[in-house]
Design a protein. Structure first.
Length: 152
């Protein structure tokens, strides 16, 4: 019930001074429901930060070691292949973001009873395209062949 009352009074939050907001927060933290909500919120943010820092650490470990003086000099293929892979990954992430946006657009244009069908159609479409790229598209991009298309 306290959550419902605060939702009704959230319109007047902008009118409260900072000290009023602080006293309101202290009053809410005395209630067990609000404390539990706050702990859950902080736990979620902590897990999210841990995941972000973990991915950053993993990426820095996978990036490789610095070049030593005894290493062979770099050739063109040593530089081009990682650049191709990075560009392919960036493009794939952009396509997945586009698929999510298109899914939400389609779900917004349909009736509420058809929303689940539209969402499943878009998810199956994304999965099918990923499998087809794995089966056919990667070979066309990076396999040996002529300058236009790969063969294997």
């Amino acid at each position: 019930m306290a959550l419902h009352q605060s939702a009704l009074s959230s319109v007047s939050l902008k009118k409260l001074p900072y000290s009023g907001k602080l006293s309101r927060l202290c009053g809410r933290l005395r209630e067990t429901e609000w404390r539990r909500y706050g702990y859950l919120l902080l736990f979620g943010k902590g897990v999210g930060l841990a995941l972000v820092f973990g991915v950053m650490y993993l990426m820095s470990c996978l990036q490789g070691s610095p070049v030593a003086a005894a290493d062979a000099p770099l050739t063109g293929n040593d530089v081009v292949n990682p650049v191709n892979t990075a560009w392919t990954l960036v493009a794939a992430f952009l396509v997945f973001g586009m698929q999510v946006g298109f899914t939400m657009l389609e779900a917004g244009f349909c009736r509420s009873r058809e929303t689940v069908n539209v969402l499943m159609e878009c998810i199956v479409d994304t999965c099918l395209c990923g499998l087809l790229f794995y089966a056919i598209g990667f070979a066309f991009m990076f396999s040996h062949g002529n300058g236009l298309i790969g063969y294997n």
